[in-house]
Unconditional design. Structure first.
Length: 75
C-alpha cells in the first residue's frame, strides 16, 4: 500500500483530530512529525508541521471529508 501526503498541519493535535475523522470512515492514516524526542513531546509545534498521509486509493475521499473542516489539501 502506497501512502501520499494529504495535508500538513501546524500542530500534531490538529493532525490527530483529522486522523480521528478519517479513522471513523475506515481510512488508515500515518502522522509524521518531528515533535517527539527522548524526553517526550515539547510544548512547541513541530518545526515542519505534522503531515497526514493516507493510502493513495483513499486520498480523494479523505480530501472531500476534510475539506470543510480544514480547507484545502497539500495538492
Amino acid at each position: 500500500m502506497t501512502y501520499e501526503r494529504l495535508m500538513t498541519f501546524r500542530t500534531r493535535m490538529e493532525a490527530e483530530m483529522a486522523a480521528e475523522v478519517l479513522g471513523k470512515a475506515q481510512i488508515p492514516v500515518i502522522i509524521q512529525a518531528e515533535d517527539i524526542g527522548m524526553f517526550g513531546p515539547s510544548g512547541a509545534p513541530p518545526p515542519r508541521g505534522a503531515r497526514l498521509l493516507v493510502p493513495s486509493e483513499d486520498k480523494k475521499r479523505a480530501q472531500d471529508m476534510l475539506k470543510g473542516m480544514f480547507g484545502k489539501s497539500d495538492d
